[in-house]
Structure formats: structure tokens, C-alpha cells
Design a binder for this molecule. Structure first.
Ligand SMILES: NC(=O)C1=CN([C@@H]2O[C@H](COP(=O)(O)OP(=O)(O)OC[C@H]3O[C@@H](n4cnc5c(N)ncnc54)[C@H](O)[C@@H]3O)[C@@H](O)[C@H]2O)C=CC1
Ligand SMILES: O=C(O)CCC(=O)C(=O)O
Length: 525
């Protein structure tokens, strides 16, 4: 039975789903060195933001097939290392959207009405009504940085509270911003005009310290800053300085450069509200993310695709479902051309022909690479790491299209240039979804792929097929089917044989010795 390690607190509903297919061990709060020790026995990991899945943990996780992040941000997982090792990383892109947006809105209102300080004051037996004069958000300007799922929900609610909305998001269209009632502006204008600034961006090289000393110098002294997105997007030293110097009126932070928050000046100011990364911490969100991610882990352990994999570009389950027969075709042809070419492959050209030329090429290219590398890497290569493996091995990938070819209802042509020469194969799908190999090295044939195959290039002359048949028979190898493809009579030809048994050692050399045989290749598909 598969084993899943749950390393952060996850709602029981997620554990129940995982338990349908796996032994689930809940071990929270483990230090990294302990995780490295125990991870080799696990097939999957499920976590929230409390666990850092480092390269060391991933490298030690030799059985790991999937890492599930019950939340949005996967920045606590070394995704490139997981990808390199062929481990699928999944998240729950929408399960906590509302929770995080509501937390940001709660922070905005808490800042405006001094809720935390007023609460503390009453609990200290005081009644300081004058001290806590607040500000209304109605008719004030909210600057939303990052107009994705959470930013959009914040904008929607803020609009209904009568706020004016500015937004900065270089990847969002004007139409989408218009729909949300937001005016897209550049960051400098957003800083200068906003009464409230709320961040809803991932932490990337571009967003690291996007709120810095210079940014604070552009803000209104009455501005209030909210970050329920990611630590590190605000320069915390610059923020403490800006608050101390009265450059802005307040800040509310749920996320920090270092979590849990260590020594920090941020604790010193009454007008800074701090929460311990609670954005996703609602009962509803925790059920949503637990179900979403546990179902994906269960599916992957059962050999099914994951719906929110962050490291299988373009291969969402609906694409996967629609394209499954073509992916199978691409993998088979990749595997075949890789074996024909042998040696070190330098270039793989993938040509989508006829009707196939109009469909999304990337998944087919990935499947072709997976097939190509499968002889060398076996089960180590998958849809996650195929492209990376090819790049690291110096295989140049070229994708081309030719819509003018009208054979079958679309066909796929792969050619591999390797250290031993160049070979090409073409294949197509029949109406019943069966795969046909329709061309090898430019010679037309029509054979289904089979486990064991033999291909020869020979001179088209009487007797040669008989000789090969007898030779195979003398080694007790049964021929399931045989076909010859040629371009001109008595010129060169290709023979494709499907065999019931693998070729015994030495037989391939015997075949190449037959007069008229130029080359022979044995293939296992
Ligand atoms: N505090 C918490 O507990 C939670 C925090 N989060 C965090 O909130 C953030 C936003 O999450 P979602 O809205 O779900 O993500 P999303 O992917 O839907 O939206 C992010 C938006 O940021 C934009 N963006 C990317 N680079 C940008 C840049 N340089 N400048 C401006 N905009 C940029 C993107 O175009 C996108 O529209 C993420 O970092 C996520 O990890 C999410 C859930 C809970
Ligand atoms: O798991 C959590 O509580 C944090 C959620 C979060 O930060 C995210 O989903 O990006």
C-alpha cells in the first residue's frame, strides 16, 4: 500500500480521502533533518505553509510521486528540484481565495477603526473613545497590487463598500480590470493616489521588496498598507522606518520575510497589525484545500492525472483526456525513433501533420520526448521532467507543423538526429484509436506497434524475406506480422516485423550478415 506523509495540520476530511488508497502518517512540526530521514519510505507528501520542502528532502524522497500543497503558494517547495526528479507538485488554486480576500478586508477595516488597540484598551479596563477616532473606507481609494483571484475578490467587495479602485498588474487586460471596476495604473501612480494599498501578488524576483524605501516616499502620509500575500514583497526594515517617520499611517501584515516572525521592529508600533499567516485559516477554506489536494494525491497514486499540477505545463486533466490517444501515439513514436537512432540523440524534430497541425503541440512534444528518453531513463522520465531531461542531455527540440499533408486524419512525424545518424518515423491514429506506424525512414508501411519488433533496410530482391523468416524460425522466434515498404521496385526497402518473442542474443548480427540486408534494428515498445 502507498504511504502518504502529512507534515502540517490538514483537515480530517483530507486524511479520510487519502486513507482510501494509502497508509497516512500525520507527523507535523518535524525538523528538516528528521524529514530527510523518513521521507524515503513515502510515495506522497501533503503540507501547508509550515513545511519547507527543500532540495535535500526531495532528493532523499526516492519514492515520491507527488507533493500536495493544501493552499495556493508553492514557494515553500523547491519546485525545480521536484520537477527534475519527476515529482508532480499540485496545489489548490482556489480553495482559500475567499478566506484570504476576507482576511485582507478585515485587516483594512481593523486598521481604519483601530480594532486591535481598542480591544486591548477595553480589556485593560479603559474606555478611550476619543483615542480611537477612525477613518471610513467609503469613497477612499484602494490600490490593489495583483489583480488575480484574491485581488479580484477584494476589489469586488471594496467596490460594493463605495471605494474607488486602482490596480497594478502587468499581466491583466484592461477589459478584465474594467469588468472589476478597477483603473489600471502604473505602480508610482497607485502609490501616490491610494489611501489603502493591498498586495495580492506571488513572491517573484520582480515582486521582491516591491514595497521599499522609495515606494514609501511616494505614498500619502495617511496611506495604510496591507499584505496578506507573501512575505518578502515588503522590505520590512523600510516599513518600520516609514512607520516610525510617519511616512504612512499604518500597516497590517499576515505574512513575513521569515516565518514564524523572529526578532522584529514591526512589533514596536501600535499602528502595525500582525497576524500569524492566518489568511487561509477558516474552517471552510481548510476543508476546500484539504479535499482539493487529497483528491489529487489519491488520483495520482491511482495513476490518474492531477487537475492542478503546477509543474506539468499545458497538461491539465481535460487536455490530457482529450489528447490521450495522441499522447500515446507520440510516446510510441518517440520510443521507436529513439531506438532506431540509438546512441546519443542531439536533436528531435516533432512535426504535426494534417489535422494534427491545428492542435496544441506542447503536450505532444512532451510525450514524444518522454518516449524518446524512456529507453535511457525508464520510469525516471515522465511528463513532469521530460523537457528538462532533454535540455540537460543536450537534445535540441524542434516543433514544426505541416497542415497541407492529408494522409489519415492527421499524422505525427518524428525525426531523431543522433551520434549514429538520423532516423525518422511517422504514425497516425485509425478511427478506432489504434496506432499505426505509417513510415520508417521515408519508406511507407502500415503496421501496428508491438512489444517486440524488427526493422530491416534491405535491397528489394526475391528470396530475402524467406531468408529472414527461416533465420527467425531457426531461433524459435515467432513472427506475428510482417510488412515491406518500398519506394521503387528492386530499390531499397524496409521490412517491419512484429514478433511474439524478443530476439535472442546474436540473432541481430546473423540477420545483418544476410546478403542484401543493409541494416537491421531490434526494437522493444
Ligand atoms: N495569507 C495567506 O494565507 C494566503 C496567501 N496567498 C497568497 O496570495 C497571493 C495571491 O494569490 P492568488 O490571488 O490566488 O494568485 P493569482 O495567481 O490568482 O494572482 C496573482 C496575481 O499577481 C499578478 N502578478 C504577478 N506578478 C506581478 C507583478 N510583478 N506585479 C503585479 N502583479 C503581478 C498576476 O498577474 C496575478 O494576476 C499568492 O502569493 C498566494 O500565495 C493565498 C492564499 C492564502
Ligand atoms: O496553508 C496556509 O495556511 C497558508 C496559505 C497560503 O499562504 C497559500 O495558500 O498561499
Amino acid at each position: 500500500m502507498a504511504k502518504v506523509l502529512v507534515s502540517d495540520p490538514i483537515d480530517q476530511v483530507g486524511i479520510d480521502i487519502l486513507s482510501q488508497v494509502a497508509q497516512v502518517d500525520v507527523k507535523t512540526g518535524l525538523p528538516p533533518e528528521e524529514l530527510v530521514k523518513i521521507i524515503p519510505e513515502y510515495d506522497a507528501m501533503m503540507l501547508r505553509s509550515g513545511t519547507r520542502v527543500t532540495k535535500e528532502i526531495i532528493v532523499a524522497g526516492t519514492q515520491l510521486k507527488i507533493i500536495g500543497r493544501a493552499g495556493v503558494g508553492v514557494d515553500n517547495i523547491d519546485v525545480p528540484a521536484a520537477t527534475r526528479q519527476g515529482i508532480v507538485v499540485v496545489n489548490s488554486p482556489e480553495g482559500n481565495t475567499i478566506a484570504a480576500a476576507e482576511h485582507a478586508l478585515a485587516m483594512m477595516l481593523s486598521l481604519s477603526r483601530h480594532i486591535p488597540e481598542a480591544n486591548q484598551s477595553v480589556k485593560n479596563n479603559k474606555w478611550e473613545r476619543k483615542r480611537f477616532i477612525g477613518a471610513e473606507v467609503y469613497k477612499k481609494t484602494l490600490g490593489v497590487v495583483g489583480l488575480g483571484k484574491i485581488g479580484s475578490h477584494v476589489a469586488n467587495v471594496a467596490k460594493s463598500m463605495g471605494m474607488k479602485l486602482l490596480a497594478y498588474d502587468p499581466f491583466i487586460s484592461k477589459e478584465r480590470a474594467d469588468q472589476l471596476g478597477c483603473t489600471l495604473v502604473d505602480l508610482d501612480l497607485l502609490f501616490a493616489e491610494s489611501d489603502y494599498i493591498t498586495l495580492h501578488i506571488p513572491k517573484t524576483p520582480e515582486t521582491t521588496h516591491v514595497i521599499n524605501k522609495e515606494a514609501f516616499s511616494k505614498m500619502k502620509p495617511t496611506a495604510r498598507l496591507i499584505n496578506c500575500a507573501r512575505g518578502g514583497t515588503i522590505d520590512e526594515d523600510a516599513l518600520a522606518e516609514a512607520i516610525a517617520e510617519g511616512k504612512i499611517a499604518g500597516a497590517a501584515l499576515d505574512v513575513f520575510e521569515e516565518e514564524p516572525l523572529g526578532e522584529s521592529k514591526l512589533r514596536d508600533y501600535e499602528n502595525i497589525i500582525l497576524t500569524p499567516h492566518l489568511g487561509a485559516s477558516t474552517a471552510e477554506a481548510q476543508v476546500n484545500v484539504a479535499v482539493d489536494v487529497a483528491e489529487q494525491i489519491r488520483d495520482v497514486l491511482l495513476g490518474l492525472p492531477a487537475r492542478s499540477a503546477v509543474n506539468i505545463p499545458g497538461l491539465t486533466p481535460d487536455v490530457m483526456e482529450k489528447m490521450r490517444p495522441y499522447l500515446q501515439l507520440a510516446e510510441t513514436l518517440g520510443n521507436l525513433v529513439g531506438q532506431l537512432a540509438g546512441g546519443r540523440i542531439e536533436r528531435l524534430t516533432v512535426r504535426l501533420q494534417g489535422e494534427l497541425a491545428s492542435i496544441k503541440g506542447q503536450p505532444i512534444v512532451v510525450a514524444s520526448i518522454k518516449g524518446l528518453l524512456s529507453q535511457a531513463l525508464r520510469e525516471r522520465v515522465n511528463y513532469v521532467n521530460a523537457a528538462i531531461e532533454a535540455k540537460e542531455r543536450g537534445v535540441r527540440i524542434i516543433e514544426t507543423r505541416d497542415a497541407s499533408l492529408r494522409d489519415y486524419s492527421g499524422s505525427l512525424h518524428l525525426s531523431a538526429q543522433g551520434s549514429l545518424g538520423e532516423h525518422s518515423v511517422t504514425g497516425a491514429l485509425l478511427s478506432d484509436g489504434e496506432i499505426r506506424i505509417t513510415d520508417v525512414d521515408g519508406f511507407p508501411i502500415n503496421v501496428p506497434p508491438s512489444n517486440y519488433m524488427l526493422f530491416t533496410v534491405h535491397r528489394d530482391m526475391p528470396g530475402i524475406i524467406g531468408k529472414i523468416g527461416s533465420l527467425l524460425g531457426s531461433f524459435n522466434v515467432n513472427i506475428a506480422s510482417m510488412q515491406v515498404g518500398r519506394k521503387i521496385v528492386r530499390g531499397d526497402a524496409v521490412m517491419a516485423l512484429s514478433l511474439d518473442d524478443p530476439l535472442p542474443e546474436g540473432l541481430l548480427t546473423e540477420i545483418t550478415k544476410v546478403s542484401g540486408i543493409r541494416d537491421a534494428y531490434t526494437v522493444k515498445l
